[in-house]
Design a protein around this ligand. Structure first.
Ligand code: NAP
Length: 277
């Protein structure tokens, strides 16, 4: 019998039962013929550090981290990547062979890679991006757009102070616009991104007027339940290129899988189908 360790990974959150990561990661493990496992772990804040410090001893090579622990794990990790520091949150932990824990954030990578895959003709410096929302996920969007070369981000959020904080953190390429003006700035956009939770199943609708949408625009939504939000439906009717949020979820999972299991997984139709199971 082989005494080779079976590599384990998982996702830590509270709640965590809704996570699509286990079925996606198991699809990739099977596709690469890796005898590993990926488990959802419901962990409360008071147990977080103890659980994370214990997992490597049980054969875990790393974990994804979801709400509400994305900030707290940065205090527990031994090293935090620059991009996770910039985003103020980590979603991927790597348990290294020397016993140390590395915290990274792959949401920005997931967002921009999804955009390039779903809208291959989109050129980041082709014009301004209108970004709706200024919550946690928005930081990753803004950071990755600026890194890709987007010249200007028109940022609008219900709570203006949150958008202003992002402007302080990311600089003058960001222009803050009042939430009530959101509809009026859309026609200036080459790219429109919804990072709010508006339009998600069980949440209020996104009520921003969309008559500024034009066929040359790319429109993407971080929401993936439903896959085709009202925003994406409206944009599709106008003739815009639309990119749904599921691809971001899939692409953000790629770097973790590769670091943990040593193979780079594909984001293709089979991976999408696995995540939707
Ligand atoms: P968050 O930090 O709670 O931010 C929520 C955002 O929505 C804020 O900008 C908030 O504005 C806005 N909002 C909420 N209710 C609103 C309302 N009634 N009217 C106007 N604005 C409202 O959440 P998050 O972590 O950034 O996540 C945002 C969305 O992205 C969620 O739907 C999440 O599922 C999705 N997401 C998807 C991926 C992916 O991989 N596809 C990854 C991360 C997140 P205020 O600041 O005014 O509250």
């Amino acid at each position: 019998m082989s005494d080779k360790k079976i590599p384990l990974a998982g996702v830590i959150g509270s709640p965590v039962a809704h996570s699509k990561s286990p079925q996606l990661q198991h699809h990739w493990l099977a596709a690469h013929n890796i005898a590993g496992h990926y488990v959802p772990m419901h962990v409360e804040a008071e147990d977080l550090e103890h659980v994370i410090r214990t997992l490597p001893k049980a054969g875990f090579v790393g974990v994804n981290v979801t709400i509400p622990h994305k900030e707290a794990v940065m205090q527990i990790a031994d090293k935090v990547t620059d991009r996770a520091k910039l985003m103020g949150a980590a979603n991927t932990l790597i348990f290294r062979s020397d016993g140390s824990i590395l915290a990274d954030n792959t949401d920005g990578y997931g967002f921009i890679t999804n955009l390039h895959q779903g809208a291959p003709d989109w050129v980041p410096d082709s014009g301004p991006a209108v970004v709706l929302g200024a919550g946690g996920a928005c930081r990753a969007v803004v950071a990755s757009l600026l890194e890709a070369g987007t010249p200007e981000i028109l940022l609008t959020n219900r709570t203006r102070a949150r958008a202003e904080q992002l402007q302080k953190d990311f600089g003058n390429h960001i222009k803050v616009i009042d939430w009530v003006q959101a509809g009026n700035i859309i026609e200036q956009a080459a790219l429109v991104v919804n990072t709010t939770s508006l339009g998600m199943q069980g949440k209020p609708r996104l009520r921003v007027p969309l008559d500024g949408l034009r066929p040359h625009m790319v429109v993407t939504d971080l929401i993936y339940t439903p896959l085709k939000t009202d925003l994406l439906q409206a944009a599709e009717q106008v003739g815009c290129t639309v990119v749904d949020g599921l691809g971001m979820l899939l692409h953000q999972a790629v770097p973790g899988f590769e670091r943990w299991f040593g193979q780079r997984p594909e984001v293709d139709e089979a991976a999408r189908a696995a995540a939707l199971k």
